[in-house]
Design a protein around this ligand. Structure first.
Ligand SMILES: Nc1ncnc2c1ncn2[C@@H]1O[C@H](COP(=O)(O)OP(=O)(O)OP(=O)(O)O)[C@@H](O)[C@H]1O
Length: 284
């Protein structure tokens, strides 16, 4: 703990490196901090799952990485450049390159705006697009998340939960990010919708090479979706290892207990069966 570990620490500077991140919520006058000296590295194009029981600090970490929350201590660097952890100090270019998608898209999609408008805003603001190139890019984003072009005219309330989540992903992709923080993005979806959304994300990842910090409590999904796993326990990193190692030889008893709990809930008959058959169980 404390050192940057994992495969991404070898070779050139990782896309993102976190060193000694700590955070306590101001309202908490007792108990342990939400995060304590969390360090990890994330390579370009890598999918790093962040797992741990409820309250272990996963969302707090995601918000700090996305620049929505300032760490009390620690350092974040993006492509080898220190981007600090203080609120409002993140360079604009880095803000664009790190996007976040939340569990509930209803909180982040403006109900008064049509889908097309929702997607146009970041394209205008961040990429300076207008006119025909803007319209073409909106159409391409909708196609990227497998939504029909006429959906640009719809309001969020006219979409299903899974479709709204696709719009949220499309909006994140509009910025052409190098890293997307996905915070429990499939938790509110039923099994088949979840499977198709993850299949779509995997496809997006393959095509664009975007890296993901994939926060979830869903270990069966982690097993086929992620490259590496960061296990948080009471705000501390207790394990950071590639997917096969985590599932076949967990080094920490807490990791083993999480896997056992998942197995207990029906691991072999898991949601993977609703995932398209051509997706490998253990990726890459
Ligand atoms: N806004 C807040 N104010 C005070 N304490 C908070 C706040 N948000 C989270 N916490 C506390 O910080 C700790 C970490 O919370 P966090 O949401 O990061 O955990 P998590 O692993 O994402 O949990 P979950 O899986 O339930 O979403 C918990 O003890 C939680 O109660």
């Amino acid at each position: 703990m404390g050192a940057i570990v994992g495969t991404a620490s070898r070779g050139p500077a990782p896309l993102l490196a976190a060193e000694g991140l700590s955070y306590s919520y101001p309202a908490r006058h007792h108990g342990s901090p939400a995060l304590q000296a969390v360090s990890f590295a994330l390579a370009a194009g890598e999918i790093l799952a962040v797992v741990g029981e409820s309250g272990s600090g996963k969302s707090t970490l995601g918000r700090i990485v996305a620049g929505l929350l300032a760490a009390d201590q620690g350092r974040l660097s993006f492509k080898g450049r220190d981007i600090g952890c203080l609120a409002g100090t993140r360079p604009r270019a880095v803000l664009k390159q790190v996007q976040i998608v939340f569990q509930n898209p209803d909180g982040s999609l403006n109900p008064r705006h049509r889908v097309g408008t929702i997607l146009e805003r970041p394209l205008r603001r961040l990429l300076g697009l207008s006119g025909e190139p803007l319209a073409q890019r909106v159409a391409r984003l909708l196609a990227d998340v497998r939504l029909p072009a006429p959906y640009a005219e719809r309001y969020p309330a006219e979409l299903s939960g899974g479709e709204r989540q696709r719009v949220a992903i499309a909006r994140a992709l509009a910025a052409e990010p190098e890293l997307i923080v996905c915070d429990e993005i499939t938790s509110a979806l039923d099994m088949s919708v979840k499977a198709s959304l993850l299949d779509l994300l995997k496809d997006v990842q393959r095509r664009t090479g975007v890296a993901m910090l994939f926060i979830t409590h869903d270990l069966p999904v982690v097993r086929w979706f992620a490259d590496r796993v960061l296990v948080l326990h009471h705000g501390l990193v207790c394990e950071d290892a590639p997917v096969p190692a985590i599932f076949l030889q967990p080094r920490h008893a807490y990791t083993a207990s999480l896997i056992e709990a998942a197995a207990h809930e029906g691991w072999p008959g898991d949601p993977l069966h609703s995932v398209p058959a051509d997706l490998p169980l253990i990726p890459r």
